[in-house]
Design a protein. Structure first.
Length: 308
């Protein structure tokens, strides 16, 4: 179940009514908007997930604003951080009139607020993933997992150059194997086990840093990879400047590096009891991630702000 589907399941569980814009003749859609405008009470709370791709959805937001509704934007991604051809100003333009926000983390909140103004908001911290995985026995070894989209993460073609690490890459398409790199096909949303000692959270073109355009995405977002690894009970590794770096260190669920070349020595320096604590903490987060904890908490927190 994807992020949008699991959030919708929480709304359904809490008695929210979905707004489904009809895919029909324009007159039918027009009458739907008119009915919507007159049927929704003033001060209703309406949630939507950004990015919005359909112009019709933005029209609905305008109508709801005129009606005096409390609109809440859940920021699930920022496309202009991923795609060079997309403009930040264009992506954020319609968000300026939105009253309430659920951001991923404090960095993202600061990033967006700098462009649309200060808003009432809460942070979701990380995404929930509503599927169960089998608990696995793990030890502090040099086996590191990467699970992600190969086409968006060209750095994986350099992983084998860090010879002291045994890499296991779970990707949507096969990658070139080496003596220290095994390629596996990723099956999103399944109970497919991730075998290893750590999960790698990295973006971009280089194993040296995240300063390139696609790499800097990590500085602002809470990647789905974080939830995925923790769901599998895997401690994590990420860049020291990533948005979630402080969260990872404070909660003792992994460690941070400036370059992937630092990983072998970092792993060697971690005592067995410290790794076991990371495992224990990762498993604690796993239970929360699979039970809608983070989305439910954020939704309730923003409702409390709206209701005063």
């Amino acid at each position: 179940m994807g992020f949008q589907a699991q959030v919708e399941s929480i709304f359904d569980k809490n008695g929210f009514v979905p707004l489904v814009y009809p895919r029909a003749h324009y007159l039918r859609r027009f009458f739907y908007l008119v009915k919507l405008f007159f049927s929704i009470p003033r001060n209703s709370v309406v949630f939507f997930i950004h990015p919005l791709y359909a112009k019709s959805n933005r029209i609905i937001l305008k109508w709801l604003d005129r009606k005096g509704c409390n609109t809440v934007c859940i920021v699930s991604d920022i496309n202009s951080l991923r795609f060079k051809e997309q403009s930040l100003d264009t992506e954020f333009a319609y968000l300026k009139r939105i009253k309430y926000f659920i951001y991923q983390n404090e960095r993202m909140k600061e990033f967006v607020n700098a462009r649309i103004g200060e808003k009432d908001s809460v942070n979701i911290e990380m995404f929930d993933l509503l599927f169960n995985v089998k608990d696995a026995e793990r030890k502090n070894t040099n086996q590191v997992v990467f699970a992600g989209n190969a086409s968006k993460c060209p750095f994986i073609n350099e992983l084998h150059t860090i010879g002291a690490i045994q890499w296991k890459v779970y990707a949507d398409t096969p990658v070139q194997e080496h003596s220290n790199l095994v390629s596996m096909i990723n099956v999103p949303g399944s109970d497919q086990p991730l075998a290893g000692s750590y999960g790698l959270i990295w973006e971009g073109e280089s194993i040296l840093d995240i300063s390139n355009f696609s790499g800097q995405y990590l500085r602002w977002v809470s990647p789905l990879k974080l939830s995925n690894y923790l769901l599998h009970g895997l401690p994590v590794i990420t860049h020291k400047d990533a948005a979630m770096a402080d969260f990872i260190i404070e909660n003792k669920i992994g460690f941070c590096v400036a370059s992937l070349h630092e990983i072998p020595e970092k792993i060697k320096a971690i005592p067995g009891n410290e790794y076991q604590l990371m495992l224990q903490n990762a498993r604690t987060f796993s239970k929360k991630i699979s039970s809608r904890h983070f989305a439910q908490k954020a939704i309730q927190a923003i409702l409390n702000k709206i209701r005063g």
